[in-house]
Design a protein around this ligand. Structure first.
Ligand code: ATP
Length: 287
């Protein structure tokens, strides 16, 4: 195979609950994630022995800090591959936005490189490598919808709700995830567990019902630091979205659209006020 192009979808968190701080510095969380049609793409081209990563955005590092480089190195070591590859990343997902862009690129590199180098795709084995890359990467190997526990890396697949219309609004500044967790104050009492109620709402693909159970505990931190994120939620509500929530550690806000027409209202209302606004849909698991 000389060339291969693979998609790396964005994710949103429909629920993100933080349970406790762990001794290793991470947090135990419970999260429900869903993938979207919005996606980066990775183009793989054969090279004799060396590993080269390039990206159409200059603010994304292309050295070992890039999860695609790390993924390729891990896979080469795991399967003792000697061939090289050039991977070009075309970014469409905003960076450091709570949409899992870097994690999804890493996941797509693992699966794409298996195909490219004729390694049988063994998801169980890839899960282990994915978890070394980051907490969101195991989910993004397959995508669709899933509950994530532990650091978010223990994945329990749920029936997905593909085709739901969403609007994404990103105010254009980066939010580093570690900073948000560092400033999080864990409440003494736990909120009611809505996750069990969310599951049937998702399988029925009911945006109004799904909207009732959306929750992100990290909003308490990010909304205080960046009032603009709260403002976006208010504007979306005024436009008639079923519900709006910040994804991950932010700052991107997603709104569930009862119909694509409401998306047009949002586009008209917001105009060019924010650097990134996009209408997209939820997707099922990757093939
Ligand atoms: P997370 O919630 O996991 O922090 P995010 O969606 O908020 O993810 P990303 O877009 O993954 O954020 O970017 C976080 C950081 O990861 C960026 O600052 C960037 O330097 C680094 N990074 C590494 N690989 C990539 C990549 N392939 N694309 C974008 N950023 C990457």
């Amino acid at each position: 195979m000389k060339h291969l192009t693979v998609k790396a979808p964005a994710k949103i968190n429909l629920v993100l609950e933080v349970l406790k701080r762990r001794k290793d510095g991470y947090h135990d969380i419970r999260t429900v994630m869903h993938t979207l049609e919005l996606a980066d793409s990775l183009t793989l081209t054969a090279r004799r022995t060396d590993l080269v990563v390039s990206c159409d955005r200059t603010d994304v590092p292309t050295d070992e800090r890039n999860l695609v480089v790390k993924a390729a190195q891990l896979l080469r070591a795991e399967y003792k591959v000697e061939q090289g590859v050039h991977i070009h990343i075309q970014k469409r997902i905003p960076v450091a936005a709570g949409l899992g862009g870097g994690s999804s690129d890493g996941a797509a590199a693992l699966v794409g490189l298996c195909r490219f180098w004729n390694i049988p795709v063994d998801y169980e084995r890839l899960q282990g490598l994915a978890a070394q890359l980051g907490s969101d990467v195991p989910f993004l190997l397959r995508g669709g919808c899933a509950l994530g526990t532990g650091r978010g890396d223990r994945i329990f697949p749920w029936q997905a709700a593909p085709g739901l219309w969403m609007v994404l609004v990103n105010p254009g500044f980066a939010v580093p995830t570690p900073l948000i967790y560092k400033n999080l104050k864990l409440p003494l009492t736990r909120r009611k567990n809505y996750i069990t109620l969310l599951r049937p709402a998702i399988s029925k693909k009911n945006p109004e019902k799904i909207g009732e159970y959306l929750y992100n505990q990290l909003e308490t931190v990010t909304l205080k630091m960046h009032p603009e994120v709260r403002r976006i939620k208010e504007i979306l509500a005024a436009c008639g979205v079923s519900a709006a929530l910040m994804s991950g550690s932010g700052p991107t806000v997603f709104g569930l659209l009862p119909s694509p027409e409401v998306g047009r209202v949002v586009l008209k209302t917001l105009g060019s006020r924010y650097p990134f606004i996009c209408i997209t849909r939820t997707t099922g698991p990757l093939d």
